[in-house]
Ligand binder design. Structure first.
Ligand code: HEC
Length: 272
């Protein structure tokens, strides 16, 4: 680089840096105001349309076996949705697995309704501007039926084991960038461009945000589920694709929910 250009570049950096922090404050203030306005009128959150769609999907006989999901046990008995999300992920003896809400809905749709698991897990997340897929809509409905409750997932041996696996994944560096979740989510003040990154390793911070998933993501104009969020974070790490409902995905959800234990559920939340 020519010396004059270098000087110019240095001047630009010098100009950008002092403005970066106030600009972030301004963006966050703006977003906060926007969220506040939507919260004051909860029905203006477009995510509730997906919760309604999810409820219809839950109640309608569908799939090769033409049954509804009302025989689906989310942990509180078949068809009981109220409060079920607050106690997920949990161990299900029928599947002999710990499952988060999305993995459980996938299991019920495959097992009870006869849908193809492969079809449901191929491209399970919507592209920008596209509505959340069926499992996500149903998960949004289920989560919304725990609004106002606090996370109280059971912590028996199987659930503890899963959360411990999630914690190991959270802190383990891997992939071509040598990133762990902790690289971005374990230190105060981290941000990417203008987005502050929540310190999910700290329960106080986790309690604030985990209960807002599934959430309506304003920048993508759709509801994004927790499985989708984690899929995207893994993509940012350039890791192999996070498989929907996989052991790793459930383990990470179990860890996050353990971090958020006692925190409030308000789903669908509103996200940037
Ligand atoms: C390269 C940095 C990076 C890494 C590594 C990363 N994330 Fe993220 N994460 C982000 C960004 C960026 C966002 C979105 C922030 C926004 O939109 O405001 C985010 C958002 C999240 C959220 C939602 C937070 C909220 O505000 O509600 C969760 C949960 C999350 N990440 C979990 C994880 C987990 C688990 C891992 C490891 C599998 C991980 N992240 C790895 C950058 C990262």
């Amino acid at each position: 680089m020519k010396p004059r250009r270098m000087l110019l570049a240095a001047a630009c950096i010098a100009l950008i840096l002092p403005f970066a922090a106030p600009a972030q404050d301004e963006t966050e203030k703006g977003l906060e105001k926007y969220r506040q306005m939507l919260k004051e009128d909860p029905w203006s959150n477009p995510g509730f349309l997906d919760a309604d769609r999810g409820e219809t999907l839950w109640m309608t006989p569908r799939g090769p076996k033409n049954v509804s999901l009302e025989a689906c046990d989310l942990g509180k008995g078949p068809g009981r949705v109220d409060g079920a999300f607050a106690e997920l992920p949990r161990y299900f003896a029928d599947a002999d697995r710990v499952m988060d809400v999305e993995t459980r809905v996938l299991w019920c749709m495959a097992t009870l309704q006869g849908f193809s698991r492969e079809q449901l897990t191929t491209k399970p997340h919507p592209a920008g501007g596209q509505p959340v897929k069926e499992i996500g809509a149903i998960a949004t409905f289920i989560a919304s039926k725990s609004n106002g409750l606090a996370f109280a997932a059971p912590l028996g041996p199987k659930e503890k084991e899963m959360a411990a696996l999630g914690e190991a994944l959270f802190v383990r560096r891997s992939g071509p960038f040598d990133f762990a979740c902790a690289t971005c989510h374990a230190e105060e003040g981290r941000r990417i461009r203008l987005q502050g990154l929540p310190v999910l390793a700290q329960p106080e911070a986790a309690r604030k945000v985990v209960g807002e998933w599934p959430g309506y993501r304003v920048s993508a104009s759709h509801v994004m589920t927790m499985q989708h969020r984690l899929y995207d974070c893994y993509w940012q790490m350039r890791m192999p694709e996070l498989e929907f409902g996989s052991e790793a995905s459930v383990a990470l959800v179990a860890y996050l929910v353990k971090q958020a234990q006692g925190g409030p559920i308000s789903a669908p939340g509103l996200k940037r």
